[in-house]
Design a protein around this ligand. Structure first.
Ligand code: BMA
Length: 373
């Protein structure tokens, strides 16, 4: 009898502690100010979770994790990820790509069907994951890809000849974002990361293809259209550059604190390991300095070593050089083809190091991040 009573007392105490933690986070969320002044509670709650992560470590993210991998593609029939095949744990952060949604296509530029993407986003969110969306819209002038650097920004801005077309694009993207809801109708919060790597010159919105002033206007007008015209209120706005060599370069295109929630950098290992370690160190120290000054969380919003050709890359190159930087997550690019992948799959040569990496207390995959409520 006494043991049963004790069991009930333990359950009640644990239950009420859990509820009070949840209530405190929710209360805090309500007071939080985001770029979007009408941001919903889910978006605010996501921001709090993102700020909470660096107290423990950083989260692991993967682009298109559950859409396809090496030798398989999700056609709506299977739920898997290369990362989970190796670890028995899914990523904490899920990147998906919106390119071609603006054109009304049924699949994105990497052949992921948008209906399926919506389902994968809902599933990842339900499991406790964090969702981030990139967008590589086609060049609106030439109708070629985002990588066509022909001048276009001035024409989509207010007053430009392609502004009506741009508004129609955003309206389609807004519809998709507004439909991302849980079964109970709650909006799913998203880290939205448009117009990234603008300090490089490979995209039509990049360096040399528009002026910094035009870029800032593109950002602000996009923000205004989403928030004020199309009533999208589930976004955290993430500004992310490619690697930079100075603070001035990082901030050259920055639209202003009132338009940005999260800071990011895309940092790929393209040269030698020594050079990458230096690049990580310099860039993440800078990002951390700016993040602290602005009181905004920050992340490595893309990165990795193509084909993970260094066996102990995860523990020795990545973790040793990012662990003390205060990033909320690091997202690795897609496992597209045998010569274009950034996360291990079963049998890949860095898999055993990846398992050691997964076991580190400061590295958060889905099982751990889902406990940060
Ligand atoms: C690049 C490559 C491309 C892809 C694009 C957008 O880095 O992976 O194949 O189309 O990202 O996802």
């Amino acid at each position: 009898m006494d043991r049963i009573l004790l069991k009930y007392i333990v359950i009640i105490v644990l239950g009420s502690t859990f509820l009070s933690c949840k209530t405190t986070l929710m209360k805090k969320s309500i007071q939080l100010e985001l770029a979007d002044k009408k941001a919903n509670v889910s978006a605010k709650h996501l921001m709090l979770r993102i700020k909470e992560i660096p107290k423990t470590g950083y989260a692991f993210g993967h682009q298109d994790a559950t859409a396809y991998g090496l030798g398989w593609k999700n056609e709506g029939d299977i739920y898997k990820s290369d990362v989970n095949e190796v670890l028995g744990d899914f990523p904490a952060v899920y990147g998906f790509e919106l390119g071609h949604l603006e054109l009304g296509h049924s699949q994105n530029l990497d052949t992921v069907n948008f209906n399926l993407m919506g389902k994968l986003i809902k599933k990842a969110y339900k499991d406790g994951g964090i969702i981030t969306l990139s967008w590589h819209p086609d060049n609106p002038v030439t109708k070629k890809s985002a990588w066509d650097p022909s001048s276009a920004v001035s024409q989509v801005l207010e007053g430009g000849s392609l502004n009506p077309k741009y508004r129609a694009w955003l309206s389609k993207v807004a519809d998709f974002l507004n439909e991302l809801k849980t079964k109970s109708g709650k909006h799913i919060p998203i880290v939205f990361r448009p117009y990234h790597e603008m300090n490089g010159s490979w995209f039509w919105w990049g360096h040399g293809n528009c002026t910094p002033e035009e870029f800032k206007l593109l950002w602000k007008e996009t923000f205004e259209l989403f928030t004020a015209t199309y009533d999208v209120h589930n976004l955290l706005y993430c500004y992310s550059t490619d690697a930079v060599t100075s603070e001035e370069e990082y901030l050259r295109y920055y639209p202003g604190d009132e338009y940005v929630d999260i800071l990011g950098m895309d940092l790929y290992h393209k040269k030698t390991t020594e050079e990458y370690i230096e690049l990580l160190d310099n860039n993440l120290n800078l990002l951390s300095k700016i993040g602290k000054q602005k009181n905004k969380p920050y992340a490595m919003t893309e990165g990795g070593l193509n084909m993970v050709t260094v066996d102990n890359w995860w523990t020795e190159v990545l973790n040793k050089n990012v662990a003390d930087k205060g990033i909320s997550w690091a997202l690795f690019w897609r496992n597209a083809w045998p010569n274009h992948f950034f996360a291990p799959f079963k049998g890949q040569k860095s898999s055993s190091d990846f398992m050691e990496f997964h076991a580190l207390p400061n590295v958060l995959f889905l099982k751990k991040i889902s406990k940060i409520k």
